[in-house]
Write a protein that binds this ligand. Structure first.
Ligand code: MLT
Length: 272
């Protein structure tokens, strides 16, 4: 991993391969490693940039105050600042996973001219329900007593398709270790930011780049039907359902996710 000091935060990131820049934004409370299989596959034909978002993995929380939260817009601004620092001026393919998808909507809203194509994985466009918001704020308030291990306990079973604990205990353990290493401050900051995130439904019909929407057929957090609706509402949207996967599609069925990404990127970037 490489590190860079931006004006308000130090970010760690993977930057490998050459060609069209593809930026991968991870989910909560994770780091770039949830994209490992995609980094390997895509970097054979593209330049892949996979940051640890502010506070996660090896990145600092910078000037953020966990008690106020980090907005999805702030994370998107960090991504734009990273691209500036790396002198990447050509339009990028941006892929967001779950919380990374909430951030990607903000990137679309603020920096649409910097986008060549959009990939949204296992995410949603709607804001939280009152219940979901209250649960996030409860976690943000208590995370310092609970510790990150309890978050791993709470979230773990809902992240994977039924039977994954038996059929692929390695990825379950791998993810658990990442969550346990995540600092309570980063968890509190991101939960407050997600609780406050706006409903983005109205921007979908205005998205003017090709978009791929990927859903795990057994996603227990974000039903595949919601993702399909997003793809239908984006004018140039495509939908791919990943079999044998719950929420963590990139880790549960990397072969299918890689194939979908490679076909999409090939279509919208390499066929000119
Ligand atoms: C994620 O995977 O990023 C989270 O499940 C998103 C969320 O908590 O809404």
């Amino acid at each position: 991993m490489q590190r860079i000091a931006l004006s308000s935060v130090d970010l760690a990131y993977v930057d490998c391969g050459a060609g069209t820049p593809v930026v991968l934004l991870h989910g909560f409370p994770l780091d770039h490693s949830m994209w490992s299989a995609q980094i390997d596959a895509l970097s054979t034909t593209c330049r892949v940039i996979a940051p640890d978002l502010r506070g996660f993995g090896q990145s600092s929380l910078g000037n953020a105050d966990p008690a106020r939260g980090v907005s999805m817009e702030q994370y998107a601004e960090d991504v734009a600042a990273l691209l500036d620092a790396l002198a990447i001026r050509e339009p990028i393919v941006l892929a967001g996973f779950s919380m990374g998808g909430y951030i990607a909507w903000q990137f679309v809203r603020k920096y649409t001219g910097r986008l060549r194509a959009l990939v949204q994985c296992d995410t949603r466009d709607a804001a939280d329900t009152d219940e979901a918001r209250a649960n996030r704020l409860k976690m943000a308030e208590h995370i310092h007593e609970w510790g990150s291990g309890r978050v791993a306990e709470m979230m773990g079973p809902r992240l994977f398709a039924a039977g994954k604990f038996e059929s692929n205990p390695e990825i379950v353990q791998q993810l658990r270790r990442v969550v346990e290493r995540t600092s309570p401050a980063a968890i509190a900051a991101a939960q407050r930011g997600m609780a406050a995130r706006p409903d983005m439904t109205s921007i979908l019909p205005k998205i003017n780049v090709p978009a791929l929407v990927i859903a795990g057929v057994e996603d227990a957090l974000i039903p595949a039907k919601e993702m399909q609706q997003i793809a239908t509402t984006i004018p140039n949207g495509q939908y791919v359902e990943i079999p044998n996967a719950g929420h963590m599609t990139t880790m549960e069925n990397p072969k299918a996710v890689n194939a979908a990404l490679q076909a999409f990127i090939g279509e919208c970037c390499h066929s000119e």
